[in-house]
Ligand binder design. Structure first.
Ligand code: T4K
Length: 371
């Protein structure tokens, strides 16, 4: 692709696998006439992902939202679930689709994740689980969340849609809680076009999840639950297998971009950048900055200015989920309950980051912001 001044720059772009190799995979699928329902590519991707991610069991899904919905079903979560308003709407929608009442908890300023110190005050006799999100791939505080869950007998499902491949001291963060849910949407660092997965350490639970994503079928004549159709097909899985080959180089390229942004922005008054966390292998799926009061432009002015230059940054996550009409009347959506989330949502801007982004494009973005 030829890049010129008018080439739009999006917040992210998928780095595609080789078209020739993808065509070869398609030929194999055509030849076999096996298109979906736990085919060869599907099985291979589950096993390759377990190896790459360092996890025990992986169940593939047609998208991350259905994985969240089925994950909640598989653990029979009911009543109330404590979650974060600072996420993509799908996190809370998955509760709504299960008839569960979301209870919003405020977030931390340093990592954008649910603040574990504020969870206990929100627990009621109806609370059955906690649904935290590793926002931008930043690991949640597992220890504190796990301790609360143990004390109150709650399940923990981590929405790990942004956290593909994130490790702490070499250990995958996906092994925490009862399960972790991934998204493999085209905008994610690892992609199957549309797709997702549930990660668990529990063999029986994996079995149940697999029944639920296939209408509840345990075998040809046995339906064990009112399942849904949430299966990943062979074309998605073949795409994913090829994408996985390039994941490490994609992450390294993104890391270089993150470093360039930081070097140029970290000393600018009114712009807050974030460093890597100690011991964490990040995936650089997003590059969030805060545009604060003492900067000479507002966050929305920066967003608009970039847009006028064909640069599409995103305000992930603005508005908060608690501010959408479906959820804003909930008691936990009140501003007093969510002061930090309400502050961050007004200041956040995610700058473009993806492997194919050129250094001169990064420079252009930085210059537009700071000049
Ligand atoms: N939990 C969390 C925490 C999530 O962030 C998400 C999804 C989910 C759960 C649910 O997982 P999925 O059911 O989606 O698997 C995007 C994605 O659609 C969504 O997957 C993602 N989170 C969310 C944070 O971002 P939009 O509405 O911002 O996407 P869109 O279409 O505006 O794309 C953003 C930019 O990416 C475009 O400006 C251009 C570029 N792009 C996009 C697509 C689709 C491409 O270059 N190629 C493409 O094919 O939601």
């Amino acid at each position: 692709m030829i890049i010129n001044n008018n080439t739009p720059i999006f917040v992210t772009q998928p780095t595609l696998p080789s078209l020739d190799e993808f065509v070869k995979s398609l030929e194999e699928i055509w030849e076999s006439k096996w298109l979906t329902n736990n085919g060869k590519f599907h099985q291979e991707l589950e096993s390759e992902l377990c190896k790459y991610l360092g996890v025990k069991y992986c169940s593939l899904f047609s998208n991350g939202t259905l994985a969240l919905i089925v994950g909640l079903q598989s653990l029979r979560i009911t009543g109330e679930v404590i979650t974060t308003p600072y996420s993509f709407v799908a996190t809370t929608h998955s509760l709504h689709w299960n008839g569960i009442k979301p209870v919003f908890c405020d977030i931390n300023e340093h990592d954008f994740n649910i603040n574990p110190n504020k969870i206990e005050a929100l627990i009621t006799p109806q609370t059955t689980a906690i649904l935290p999100v590793h926002v931008y791939g930043n690991p949640c505080n597992f220890e504190k969340i796990g301790k609360i869950a143990d004390t109150y007998g709650l399940k923990v499902l981590y929405d790990a849609a942004h956290a593909f491949g994130v490790n702490i001291n070499g250990q995958s963060i996906l092994n925490n809680g009862d399960m972790s849910i991934l998204s493999f949407h085209a905008t994610k660092v690892f992609s199957t076009i549309e797709g997702g997965a549930i990660i668990t350490n529990d063999k029986k639970l994996k079995e149940r999840i697999d029944y639920l994503k296939n209408f509840g079928f345990a075998d040809e004549v046995t339906v064990v639950a009112p399942g849904i159709n949430a299966k990943m097909n062979e074309v998605q899985a073949a795409f994913g297998l090829l994408h996985l080959k390039n994941i490490e180089s994609e992450i390294l390229k993104r890391k270089a971009i993150a470093i360039t942004y930081r070097n140029q922005l970290e000393n600018i008054n009114g712009i807050k950048t974030y460093n890597d966390f100690e011991g964490v292998k990040h995936n650089y799926s997003y590059f969030p900055v805060l545009i604060q009061k003492d900067f000479h432009k507002t966050r929305n002015e920066v967003y608009q200015l970039l847009k006028e230059h064909n640069i599409f940054s995103r305000r992930y996550f603005y508005p908060l989920i608690s501010q959408f009409p479906t959820y804003k009347e909930l008691p936990s959506s009140s501003s007093n309950n969510l002061p930090i989330a309400e502050k961050i949502t007004e200041e956040i801007l995610c700058l473009p980051i993806y492997g194919d982004l050129k250094p001169e494009q990064v420079d252009k973005i930085v210059q537009l912001i700071i000049k």
